[in-house]
Design a protein around this ligand. Structure first.
Ligand code: G6P
Length: 369
């Protein structure tokens, strides 16, 4: 097992550090930025289905559901197709309205999650086209789908999903870009800019992994916190949810992710000098809005841990701790902002002596209801 961990203390840390290379594996042969091409056979063969769809419904569970939320923002913005994201477990039991022009995307690392499987069976029965985004080749969901695209993250052993999440977002971003190209919903120059940027993501993820020492320092300061709040807006709202999920899964600290602007409708009541608040505040996106959210936290003495773009000065003045990440466009930022949050939850769990790779009560793949 020590050999399998490749010199890392845990599979989770190894998998966090694999992200630059597996993201590259995911787009290799599919993304040709120099030629302005994105090609995934599962999409090319079924392009009409996507283009004729009135809407896309994404079904998934856990971390894969968070990747689905990121995809909702990206697909709607790039390709202007309406997207709904559903917990597979709710979708399957609520008698949803599905029609033959719907495209249902199932996202699943394992490809074996029982609820996601049941959701796609239901969608198929009602005539929808089902597209699977799975990591495990030949898995049940990949076989049950009409078509799909694999994530190529390699085996993920740590129960808390890390590299599966970023490679899912990579595939779904490529899907959004491919559809945008077909529909002409992005300008030529934006399309090319995003392709080039996507190609640079592995390098930027590598740079973001350089926040490890900072993550350790912050983890040491907050390892005994009973609660933690994660806030983000826009593309980084799902990242806030995922950051909170990671922390609760492996450290057993109660954590909540919230859209930053919703804070005033509830969570703000929880903020006092004991409450760590992780705020995802990159320069792109709704920066000014998030700065005012940070001011609201500060005036209530909350402890602010901010993920900021390199060189940021405004948030630095307000936050107790900042974690600097490389700059990228708003739409691609989840691939970068999520990295320090993975490291932070990892070290908090390590410092609390938790079983990082096999947290209590959780299973890597939930094949029964
Ligand atoms: C379990 C795992 C999570 C995962 C979720 C969905 O809860 O512990 O890490 O996100 O299932 O799994 P899937 O394989 O469908 O992505």
């Amino acid at each position: 097992e020590q050999i399998e961990k490749g010199g890392f203390d845990h599979f989770m840390l190894k998998e966090i550090f694999e992200q630059p290379s597996v993201i590259k594996d995911t787009y290799r042969g599919r993304l040709h930025a120099d030629k302005g091409i994105i090609q995934m056979s599962g999409i090319e063969d079924n392009l009409e289905k996507f283009l004729n769809a009135d809407r896309i419904i994404i079904v998934a569970c856990g971390t894969s559901w968070h990747a689905g939320l990121v995809a909702e923002y990206i697909i709607e913005e790039f390709a202007r197709i309406s997207v709904e994201v559903e917990y597979a477990s709710e979708f399957r039991y609520r008698n949803p309205i599905i029609n033959s022009k719907d495209v249902v995307i199932a996202i699943s690392q394992s490809g074996e999650t029982a609820d996601t499987m049941a959701a796609i069976k239901l969608a198929k029965e009602q005539g929808a086209f089902v597209f699977g985004v799975c990591n495990v080749v030949g898995s049940s969901i990949s076989r049950e789908s009409h078509a799909g695209a694999y994530t190529h993250a390699g085996p993920e052993i740590g129960v808390a999903s890390t590299k599966a999440f970023t490679t899912q977002i990579t595939v779904l971003t490529m899907l959004a870009l491919r559809l945008a190209k077909a529909k002409g919903t992005l300008t030529h120059s934006d399309f090319h800019r995003y392709l080039l940027e996507l190609e640079l993501i592995p390098e930027k993820v590598k740079e973001a992994l350089g926040t490890i020492e900072r993550a350790k320092e912050i983890a040491a300061a907050f390892k005994d916190a009973p609660n933690c709040l994660y806030l983000g807006r826009g593309y980084n709202f799902p990242v806030a949810l995922e950051g909170a999920l990671k922390l609760k899964e492996i450290s057993y600290i109660h954590a909540e992710g919230y859209p930053a602007a919703e804070m005033k409708h509830g969570p703000i009541a929880l903020i006092d000098e004991q409450m760590p608040v992780v705020v995802i505040a990159p320069k792109q996106g709704h920066y000014d809005k998030i700065v005012s959210n940070i001011q609201e936290i500060k005036s209530r003495s909350g402890k602010i841990i901010a993920v900021v773009t390199k060189g940021d000065t405004q948030v630095r003045e307000l936050a107790d701790y900042v974690i600097e990440i490389p700059e990228t466009s708003d739409a691609l930022s989840p691939l970068i902002t999520t990295i320090p949050l993975q490291l932070l939850s990892y070290y908090i769990a390590v410092y609390r002596d938790c079983n990082v790779d096999q947290p209590r009560n959780l299973a890597k793949s939930v094949t029964v209801e």
